[in-house]
Design a protein around this ligand. Structure first.
Ligand SMILES: Nc1ccn([C@@H]2O[C@H](COP(=O)(O)OP(=O)(O)OP(=O)(O)O)[C@@H](O)[C@H]2O)c(=O)n1
Ligand SMILES: [Ca+2]
Length: 470
């Protein structure tokens, strides 16, 4: 080569400085920085976006666990509480474990394990957990308060051992159950936050039933025990509510059977059950409830054969007997001398109202009431064998009782509460609103956990003794 050394150096290209290698180096550095960033972030626990609360609904027929969530950053006021999951506890309600209370606690374990999986681990310790019991435990408490205390001790011991923050377990009063069901329905429909006209709530359980609605004519003075006042989102509400203990559908079935077994017969032909249905039943089991125990015929045999004759009209006559319309000291009553203002507005009917009417395909209330009764009449007249073939997967106990339950629902609504052919369409049979089940549990989440419906606190007096929720 004939060039000077300096010129040669300039012209010779450094192999490490080609555009390609520079590009590779830059990309490499970016990749390393990205990897380090990801590694650092992964070591940091991610803060879950939601907070959680768990409420157990210990009903007379079964217990269900509901998990609620709300945005963590809107903890104090405006965030929306919604149901994220639910779990149905296997077996009967906790009041059925009176003779072996330990089993009441154990029955909750599977759903509690589910809850541990479903609530993010980082939130376990701070997630409040509450158990509210309804009419089954009210009845057990009336019958044997020591047994009811033991059931509460057993379920509390199980819940205390969970990783969640156990807040307590107790029986809800009838007015609480009614009012909380009403708040849930109207909260989920956004009627409260927007100050819209509210919707009444009809809840039918196994052992009690609740009716709650706002009436312009009701200020509470005529029957203070049916009045619940509170302020929500700047609006004052004076709610009419009544809970009829013993008028859930399982207890009313006992009342109807008690009516038909007054003379202690060995056989009854029950119009509320299907033709061809026949089951031996035990007198002491039937009358083992404070709702009927005083009526047990003294000279009854041990068992009776419960057979069906499938007649809606005769069944309605039997069911009417469970209501007492003979006395009312107010301007107007529903039944059993209980004050009820004139019905007003639309109503959401949930729990067993929905289970039964949904099974019977009768949730469409735009269908005239007379047609609903005709459909029910055809259903009740279906022979038991045909019905079993048509519904091979339905639990036989449920299947055998839908004629009775449908008849009770129609009779309660029309004869009991005074819905008419004209107002029947004001009722909507509902299970869920948005993703949350209709029922009283959501309000426990609001009152206990969410700290913003302070005006409902007076309804929940014992809560004020708990420092963590004031
Ligand atoms: N698919 C279903 C599920 C339940 N049921 C009936 O519905 C009633 C239970 O309704 P629910 O609202 O769950 O009552 P509980 O909450 O257990 O009772 P309560 O509120 O009176 O304590 C029971 O009679 C049960 O047999 C039904 O007919 N069909
Ligand atoms: Ca219930």
């Amino acid at each position: 080569m004939s060039c000077k050394r300096s010129t040669c150096l300039m012209k010779e290209r450094n192999p490490w400085q080609t555009p390609l290698t520079i590009l590779i180096a830059v990309v490499g550095v970016i990749a390393i920085v990205a990897l380090v960033t990801v590694a650092v972030l992964q070591n940091k626990p991610l803060i879950p976006k939601f907070k959680y609360g768990i409420v157990l609904d210990a009903g007379s027929s079964h217990t269900a666990l509901y998990i609620y969530k709300w945005p963590a950053e809107k903890d104090n006021n405006t965030g929306r509480v919604e149901q994220t999951r639910s779990c149905k506890v296997k077996g009967p309600g906790i009041s059925s474990y009176a003779s072996d209370p330990k089993l009441a606690g154990e029955s909750l374990l599977a759903c509690m394990k589910d809850a541990e999986r479903l609530v993010p681990y980082e939130r376990h310790e701070e997630t409040p957990l509450y158990l509210g019991a309804t009419a089954g435990m009210r009845l057990l408490n009336m019958k044997d308060s020591a047994a009811s205390d033991k059931v509460f001790q057993a379920v509390s011991a199980t819940l205390q051992e969970s990783p969640f923050s156990f807040q307590g377990a107790r029986i809800l009063s009838g007015p609480e159950e009614g009012a909380f069901g009403w708040v849930t329905v109207n909260y989920l429909d956004d009627r409260l936050s927007q100050g819209l006209e509210t919707r009444g709530a009809l809840d039918l359980g196994g052992a009690s039933t609740q009716i709650s609605f706002i009436s312009d004519k009701f200020d509470g003075s005529e029957s203070p025990s049916n009045s619940v006042s509170f302020r929500l989102y700047g609006n004052d509400y004076n709610l009419y509510t009544h809970s009829f203990l013993c008028y859930g559908k399982d207890q009313v079935l006992r009342l109807a059977l008690a009516h038909q077994t007054q003379s202690g017969p060995g056989l009854i032909a029950d119009p509320c059950f299907h033709n061809g249905y026949s089951q031996p039943k035990n007198y002491s089991v039937l009358y083992d409830s404070p709702c009927v125990s005083s009526r047990k015929p003294s000279d009854a045999p041990a068992t009776f054969n419960h057979t069906g004759k499938g007649s809606f009209h005769q069944c309605q006559e039997v069911v009417k007997n469970v209501f007492d319309f003979s006395q009312c000291k107010y301007n107007q009553c529903s039944f059993n001398g209980i004050f009820q203002p004139i019905l007003q507005g639309s109503f959401g009917a949930f729990s067993a109202y929905y289970f039964v009417m949904n099974f019977l395909n009768l949730t469409d209330t735009s269908v005239p009431l007379e047609s609903v009764k005709e459909a029910l009449s055809r259903y009740c007249a279906t022979p038991w064998e045909t019905l079993k073939q048509q519904h091979p997967r339905t639990k036989l106990k449920y299947l055998s009782e839908y004629c009775f339950s449908g008849t009770y629902i129609i009779t309660l609504l029309t004869e009991g509460y005074n819905f008419t052919s004209a107002t029947f369409s004001d009722i909507k049979f509902i299970k869920k609103i948005k993703e949350s089940d209709a029922g009283w549990t959501l309000v426990i989440a609001l009152v206990l956990f969410f700290i913003f419906i302070l005006s409902l606190r007076p309804l929940w007096p014992r809560c004020s003794q708990k420092p963590q929720i004031i």
